[in-house]
Design a protein around this ligand. Structure first.
Ligand SMILES: Nc1nc2c(ncn2[C@@H]2O[C@H](COP(=O)(O)OP(=O)(O)O)[C@@H](O)[C@H]2O)c(=O)[nH]1
Ligand SMILES: [Mg+2]
Ligand SMILES: [Zn+2]
Length: 352
């Protein structure tokens, strides 16, 4: 594309641009490094959003009368650039904070360095290798609703995955308008609050101030069953979210069209990720068995207090977990979830 564009320029223009590029190359180095956020990646292509602008902006080539206007992309705060990476860099993922350089003449950028990650969401690929999905997620919003009916144990499973990734969770019960009188979901939400989790009730077309305030400055991943209202919530919080998901396919400098529309949607100082491959399956994969207990803090406290060291917590009489459940100290539902997850993992390990 750059070549085709150049051919349309006069020789004089070309010389001038080359000279400008040369001087720019010289002061490129690290002094011209910008801060950026990887908002999308597909294959080796990355999209980086500018989080800073240069102290001294590169100068747009002077156009003389009758000369065609050369391509020029201004380095603006929040602008999104298609980038390549230096080959020596680790695999980058959405959410990575990077150092990069922009070339206004081509509209392309190059990523020169990656900042240390504060968190990394991963998932196993089909060969059981761990694949990075998103970096620096600071909050996971688990959305559920009266409709579709929450799958049993799904919230607990998400909570285990959050604990495993060491990322705080916020439980959002959406579609509050569909709650019936004495709806068991209200009790469910209360139970999680009692366990120490942060919870919230929302209605997509209602007042979402509390939710948006909570999300300010966070990099958020929305998870939850399809149909609970994740996209509707995001669209309500970030009014132009729907457009933002399509920026790239429209402006693609390389003229490529992508079917992937999932990207990190930024709002103020925050950003959100929904429905991306990997996030969609987040929490649905099998976990490491010793990791499960960290998603069940109330059960973790009781482990080691059973009569038998190898207690299965299923039929033993002197089982601290079953006794606690019978005494109403822990929720039988949570114990079931816990045992189901442990069973699942043990089964998966036996297969491998
Ligand atoms: N009654 C009600 N419906 C909602 C609410 N939020 C979303 N919906 C509807 O639920 C359906 C699924 O929403 P969507 O955002 O696509 O869910 P997602 O699959 O989680 O992204 C749509 O028809 C929405 O209009 C809500 O608060 N109340
Ligand atoms: Mg959706
Ligand atoms: Zn036991």
């Amino acid at each position: 594309m750059a070549l085709i564009r150049k051919r349309r320029l006069t020789e004089q223009q070309q010389r001038r641009i080359q000279k400008q590029q040369k001087t720019r190359q010289e002061d490129l180095d690290t002094s011209s490094d910008l801060e950026g956020l990887v908002v999308q990646h597909y294959g080796r292509q990355l999209e980086v959003q500018a989080l800073s602008t240069p102290d001294i902006h590169p100068e747009k080539p002077v156009v003389q009368d009758g000369e065609p206007e050369p391509f020029w992309k201004e380095i603006e705060l929040g602008s999104v650039w298609r980038c390549h990476t230096r080959t020596n860099l680790d695999l980058l993922v959405t959410g990575d904070r990077v150092k990069w350089q922009a070339d206004p003449n081509t509209g392309l950028g190059i990523i020169t360095a990656i900042h240390p990650r504060k968190s990394l969401l991963t998932r196993p690929d089909r060969y059981h290798k761990v694949k990075p999905v998103a970096a620096n997620i600071s909050l996971i919003v688990i959305v559920f609703a009266p409709l579709p009916d929450p799958a049993p144990g799904l919230i607990d499973r998400y909570l285990v995955a959050c604990a495993d990734a060491d990322i705080p969770a916020l439980l959002v019960m959406n579609k509050a308008d569909l709650l019936k009188e004495n709806d068991p979901l209200v009790k469910l939400l209360q139970e999680y609050q009692d366990l120490g989790y942060e919870v919230m009730q929302t209605q997509s077309d209602g007042d979402l101030t509390a939710l948006s305030n909570r999300l300010a400055n966070e990099t958020v991943a929305f998870v939850g069953q399809s149909g609970v209202g994740k996209s509707t919530l995001i669209n309500a919080i970030v009014p132009d979210a729907a457009q933002k998901t399509n920026i790239i396919s429209e402006n693609s400098a390389l003229g490529q069209h992508t079917t992937t529309s999932t990207r990190l949607i930024s709002f103020g100082e925050g950003a959100a990720l929904i429905d991306s491959p990997g996030i969609r399956e987040f929490g649905l994969w099998h976990l490491n068995s010793d990791k499960v207990q960290i998603g069940f803090p109330e059960i973790e406290n009781l482990l080691g207090h059973c009569q038998f060291r190898n207690c299965t917590h299923k039929h033993e009489k002197q089982c601290a977990l079953r006794q606690a459940a019978a005494a109403g100290e822990i929720l039988p539902r949570r114990l079931d979830s816990y045992l189901r997850l442990i069973d699942e993992i043990t089964e998966a390990q036996q297969k491998n």
